[in-house]
Design a protein around this ligand. Structure first.
Ligand SMILES: *Cc1c(COP(=O)(O)O)cnc(C)c1O
Length: 370
């Protein structure tokens, strides 16, 4: 079976984890400190705060900006539910805006319309821009709108470590950038996450928020506010550290695989059986998702591909379609279609160009048979 995705853990990385286990320093320690420093350097931001998952990163980021009851936060329709769940868990209301069919990220025009016409009882406080699958959202426009209406920008860069727009890394455009190191992401520590920021003040606040609200002073341990434990372990940090120097090479190989997909899928695209996403140069391609024409039943295509020993899956969810976060605008169109017709194809470092050809020709057989 050709898998949809596979973590890329080297023997060297495994050794590094085992070394930490032998050392006995399992949480807090030099691996965590160094990983934070190296990530900040890689991203080109002042500080990085490690946490236990991408969802924890979103929760801590929202808490750091004091988002709570009576607040509303804009989120894109097409994303993993964690983006909206984090807002709900803070007691705030997620307001869903539709996405672009070109790169699956929030549509700036619809965003501005939603902000301008906001009339809910809650105060609109922030926008979460999601860099879905490694496609960098239109941050120039999003920041412009946020500035105009005095909103915070949080980037959900869970899928986008290493993605950039003209050299500026995803996660460093807004106030706070949230990353995930789940095994489905390109760099993984099992579970894990991080928050990037250029504000030392927010970084200190987030260090307390991930650690029971604890701050150290001359008088010893102080507890500043109620908070939870969202720490990453030292051995997970060691695992992440060994992957970071490889990441750009991995992303470059992913770009080559996607270019090959674009070539191999040309005839299906021309026949309007599928649509492919925009290929921006800075995309980190955590996932390659195409969109099937409405004549196809996506789940049955997934099952036919399985008969060719190829694993595929839906891409992400449509928040308005799941209907878990209160009433949303009834006019959403693109997100629901991506949720229904999106098909994620295999993409990981150990795949070959030949594998891409195999997937593409199998997909052609499946679709041309219908
Ligand atoms: C994976 C993902 C998350 C959640 O990250 P976890 O580490 O699994 O908690 C949040 N948002 C997006 C867009 C994701 O893809």
């Amino acid at each position: 079976m050709l898998k949809l995705s596979q973590p890329n853990i080297s023997e060297v990385a495994i050794e590094a984890v085992v070394d930490v286990l032998r050392s006995g320093q399992l949480v807090h320690g030099s691996e965590s400190d160094e990983f934070e420093r190296e990530l900040a350097e890689y991203l080109g931001c002042c500080e990085v705060v490690l946490v236990s998952s991408g969802t924890a990163a979103l929760h801590v980021a929202l808490q750091a900006l004091d988002i709570s009851r009576n607040d509303a936060v804009i989120v894109p329709d097409f994303t993993f539910p964690a983006t909206a769940n984090a807002v709900s868990v803070c007691g705030a209301r997620p307001v869903v805006v539709d996405v672009s069919s070109q790169n699956y990220t929030i549509d700036p025009e619809l965003l501005e319309e939603a902000v301008r016409s906001w009339s809910g009882p809650e105060k609109l406080r922030a926008i979460i821009a999601v860099h879905e699958f490694g496609h960098v959202a239109n941050m120039a426009e999003i920041n412009r709108i946020a500035q105009k209406y005095d909103l915070f920008v949080i980037e959900d860069a869970a899928c986008a470590l290493g993605a950039h727009d003209q050299g500026t890394k995803a996660g460093t455009f807004g106030s706070l950038g949230c990353f995930s190191f789940h095994p489905r992401k390109t760099l993984t520590t099992g579970e894990g996450g991080a928050i990037s920021t250029n504000s030392h003040e927010l970084a200190s606040k987030m260090r307390a928020l991930r650690n029971h609200g604890m701050v150290r002073s001359e008088r010893g341990m102080q507890f500043s506010e109620p908070a939870t434990n969202y720490r990453l372990t030292n051995f997970q940090a060691a695992l992440g550290r060994k992957q970071l120097p490889e990441l750009d090479d991995w992303i470059n190989w992913r770009r080559s695989l996607v270019q090959e997909y674009a070539i191999q899928l040309q005839s299906l695209i021309r026949a309007e059986k599928i649509l492919q996403p925009e290929q921006a140069p800075g995309n980190s391609w955590q996932t390659f998702m195409i969109v099937l024409g409405s004549q196809f039943d996506r789940d049955s295509v997934i099952s036919s591909l399985r008969d060719y020993s190829i694993e595929s899956n839906l891409g992400a969810q449509s928040l308005s379609s799941l209907d878990l976060w209160g009433e949303q605008s009834p006019s959403l169109k693109v997100g629901p279609r991506l949720y229904r017709q999106g098909l994620a194809l295999p993409l990981f470092e150990r795949m070959s160009l030949k594998d891409v050809e195999t997937v593409s020709s199998s997909l052609a057989k499946v679709l041309n048979d219908r």
